[in-house]
Ligand binder design. Sequence first.
Ligand SMILES: [Zn+2]
Length: 242
Amino acid sequence: MKGWQLSFDEESLDGAENCEVEISHVGDSEIIAKVDGFEVVAPIVFHSPYHVFCSCKSKYSCKHEAALIFYIEKHPELLKNSQREDDLIISIDENQLRDFLKNEMKQNSKLKKAFLDKFGNESVIDKQYYIDKLDQVFRSGEDRSFVDFGIYNIDMMEYALYEFMNNELPKILEMREHSFACSLVEKIAEILGDDLAVSHDSWYGLVEDFMEYVYILEDSIYLTSDERKSLERATSEIVSYL
Ligand SMILES: [Zn+2]
């Protein structure tokens, strides 16, 4: 016997068996039913009925109330209404959730459409993150001559710039954000294209890697002709030293 049954007399519990329960509403916070024609409301608190009340004239807990509680016990899915999903979405590992969504969208075109409608226009990358990261790279090349003449020390930023080009740019291209990659490449070009930059030992090595990305972007189907022209302009200085 369950604890809640202690609130009912034996007659109500026995009588409940023969009551006809017809659920009329299932909500997050209450379940309402017609039991033998009487309306019974079961408020739901923490996924369980609490203080169930009936519209019949009985002074105490009645068989209709007991009938509805028995019914809810037998049909726990009534209590899982949305809350169960919400709980799971919070508790499931995000990679599992992503895999599920990916697989599900392959077969469920409606879900795929809803997903694209909702997120299709949003950029998939955090652009500010990459802009800040590239700024940091440039900061690492600021020495005395930068303070005095605004000239970056390419040798000092060599490692950070390699890192950025070979770790971050591929990620951006992987996400088909070619226009954005192009804008970052142009920023790098401004620094590598400075005629004093050529005097650094690290310049040729960096430019070799750098030009790989320039060529990839120039051939890219994602850039507009204006973007490509702009990229060619930005890199023309560098190309002239090669
Ligand atoms: Zn009743």
